[in-house]
Design a protein around this ligand. Structure first.
Ligand code: ADP
Ligand code: 5GP
Length: 209
């Protein structure tokens, strides 16, 4: 099993109140392009909030604390589990990742849109708590392309890349639970597809599937 998480966490009743903003969840196998795509989408929708996740993993060379992630210790992560501060959390590839419940609840109660980049297990947890969430799965064009991207990114060693590729095969099997699914082949086309999906919800019209 690649990771573990408390997927049976009960939902918070206050999270379902009527005055809701929009919660957009993007998931993808590692290396499929989520980070690149989320950056582009955020530039296009500057008013949309972004939930900066917390993680116990070490920062990559171009990552900044508080912007890409909040980098915290395992002890601090556990303390926040005990205080029930996470909307969801999961262990992914040996590191812990979590989403602040306060950040999501405040955004939704203020009627704002907020974007999350989290894994499949986190999405399952969040859908229990926020069933109205708009879920988008980003698929790589092929496992071969995914391997090329992970290798070119040069942030993981060969063993870690193999582990991520094995996990990707499993994650691809879960894309059916997402409301939308987009193949990230040409980057510009994918950014346009994501913009169309999000803009469709923001204008109150049905978004294309
Ligand atoms: P993730 O956040 O899903 O792990 P990244 O956004 O870090 O993925 O992308 C992994 C690598 O693939 C990066 O080097 C990125 O520049 C590259 N990449 C992303 N999308 C594309 C694409 N459509 N075509 C080619 N390379 C891409
Ligand atoms: P990375 O370490 O490559 O940035 O992310 C590894 C995986 O963790 C990705 O699938 C990413 O979507 C996921 N992830 C990032 N933040 C969170 C989070 O807050 N919660 C969960 N469940 N997964 C997350």
């Amino acid at each position: 099993m690649r990771s573990t998480s408390p997927i049976d966490k009960p939902s918070a009743p206050e999270a379902h109140s009527a005055n809701q903003g929009q919660l957009f969840i993007i998931s993808a196998p590692s290396g499929a392009g989520k980070t690149t795509l989320c950056r582009a989408v955020r530039k296009h929708f500057p008013e949309m909030l972004y939930s900066v996740s917390y993680t116990t993993r070490k920062p990559r060379r171009d990552e900044q604390d508080g912007i890409d992630y909040f980098f915290i210790s395992r002890m601090e992560f556990s303390r926040r589990i005990n205080l029930d501060l996470w909307a969801e959390w999961a262990e992914v590839y040996g590191n812990f990742y979590g989403t602040s419940a306060e950040v999501i609840d405040q955004a939704l109660q203020a009627g704002k849109a907020i974007l999350l980049d989290i894994d499949v297990q986190g999405t399952i947890q969040l859908l229990k708590r926020y069933p109205q969430a708009i879920t988008i799965f980003i698929a790589p064009p092929s496992l071969k392309a995914l391997r090329t991207r992970l290798t070119a990114r040069a942030t993981d060693d060969a063993q870690a890349i193999e582990r991520r590729l094995r996990a990707a095969q499993k994650e691809m099997g879960q894309k059916k639970m997402y409301r939308h699914s987009v193949v990230n082949d040409d980057l510009d086309d994918t950014v346009e597809a994501l913009k169309r999906i999000i803009a469709g919800y923001q204008s109150g019209q049905a978004a294309p599937k």
